[in-house]
Design a protein around this ligand. Structure first.
Ligand SMILES: NC(=O)c1ccc[n+]([C@@H]2O[C@H](COP(=O)([O-])OP(=O)(O)OC[C@H]3O[C@@H](n4cnc5c(N)ncnc54)[C@H](OP(=O)(O)O)[C@@H]3O)[C@@H](O)[C@H]2O)c1
Length: 338
């Protein structure tokens, strides 16, 4: 049995390029007692993986050269020597960028036969959607009637957070690039207002755009990007506002010494603001609560999501790089088996 994997070939300098990765074919050993052979149906790319490519630990372990790239995936059990699983079982798990994996089954989640979407189990029903759900509810503590602002709102994290906020009775403002994303957020995802990100290159210019659609200020800012948008959001926060630090994509390719950070901490005093980061893995014992709610909303048409699906493993590294360049609309997925 042989399997193809995408591995980290060298450490990226600045923005990653496809040549930082390579496809390897590996011989898989005979399946040992207690383990499963999983055929991967969908593999996915996460922007946060960028933080691990330098080898240093961030909130996750740094990656080694030659290691298979990580990412939530959907797989089907092809062979089992673990009595808890049988061939044909559908699983969601961290199988990474590989056509087949041998695993113990620990850390996987069973996909119910009734699921409204299989691919969503490598997308919004895993890390991104769970981050949006728990970040908005448990860290942002959003309440009905409040105004919620979300950066990178058309991405899987932001779009989920925004729609959960709408379901909670909030007024939701998104920030995204381009007419296609902005109209999808308004017309499909039900956002109340959407601001164009491009062309507002200073804190003042972005704060003006936010103030235009949220004249009474922002109660919860769900931050996926950092950079000047964070400072613009701080300028627009209402007293007792909460900032959820989900990601800092504007700084992911920057050398630590040249990251923007924030320059408006002084506003936290007068406005009594609170800013808190989250790591989605902290909520692992409540994932079922979130996926039960989200699958119900998907089935009822109340939670919409976009996917950008390619076929085969070979284009996945380039898809990841394009995602970091902001060129991909929707969860980046590779379909590896039918
Ligand atoms: N804390 C956690 O546990 C956790 C878990 C998962 C993900 N995350 C984080 O959540 C964030 C969103 O993840 P996602 O998977 O949904 O990806 P995503 O939002 O689709 O990320 C790509 C998008 O980010 C925006 N972007 C890219 N470069 C930017 C820049 N320089 N300045 C501002 N915006 C930029 C672009 O959207 P626009 O051009 O439309 O603005 C781009 O399309 C990421 O930061 C990720 O690391 C955190």
């Amino acid at each position: 049995m042989r399997s193809r994997h995408v591995v980290l070939a060298r450490r990226p300098e600045g923005a990653p390029v496809a040549d930082d990765f390579r496809v390897e074919t590996r011989d898989l050993p005979a399946l040992s007692e207690g383990r499963l052979l999983v055929e991967v149906l969908y593999a996915s790319a996460n922007p946060g993986s960028r933080n691990r490519l330098g080898g240093d630990a961030s909130y996750a372990r740094g990656m080694q050269l030659g290691e298979t790239m990580e990412g939530p995936a959907v797989g089907r059990v092809a062979e089992s020597r673990n009595p808890a699983f049988k061939p044909g079982d559908l699983l969601s798990g961290p199988f990474g960028w590989a056509e087949h994996v041998q695993i113990s089954g620990r850390g996987t989640r069973r996909i119910p036969a009734s699921t409204p979407s299989l691919s969503a189990w490598a997308g919004i029903l895993t890390i991104p959607g769970l981050t949006g759900y728990f970040g908005l509810r448990d860290v942002g503590l959003a309440k009905a009637g409040e105004t919620v602002l979300i950066s990178s709102a058309a991405g899987p994290v932001g779009a989920t957070a925004g729609q959960v906020a709408k379901l909670m009775g909030c007024r939701v403002v998104g920030i995204a690039s381009g007419e296609e994303r902005r109209s999808w957020l308004r017309e499909e995802a039900g956002f109340d207002a959407v601001i164009e990100r491009r062309g507002a290159d200073t804190v003042e210019a972005m704060a003006e755009r936010i103030g235009h659609v949220a004249p009474d200020g922002v109660d919860v800012y769900f931050d996926n990007v950092g950079g000047i948008i964070l400072d613009a959001a701080i300028a627009c926060m209402r007293p007792k506002g909460r900032i959820v630090v989900s990601g800092q994509i504007a700084d992911y390719n920057a050398d630590p010494s040249s990251r923007y950070g924030t320059r408006r901490v002084y506003e936290f005093i007068g406005k009594r603001l609170r800013m808190e980061g989250l790591i989605v893995f902290d909520y692992a014992d409540r994932y079922d609560e979130a996926t039960d709610a989200m699958t119900g909303w998907i089935a009822e048409g109340k939670l919409k999501f976009r996917e950008h699906v390619i076929v085969g493993l070979d284009g996945l590294a380039e898809l990841f790089c394009a995602q970091l360049r902001g060129e991909i609309f929707g969860r980046p997925l590779a379909r590896l088996h039918a």
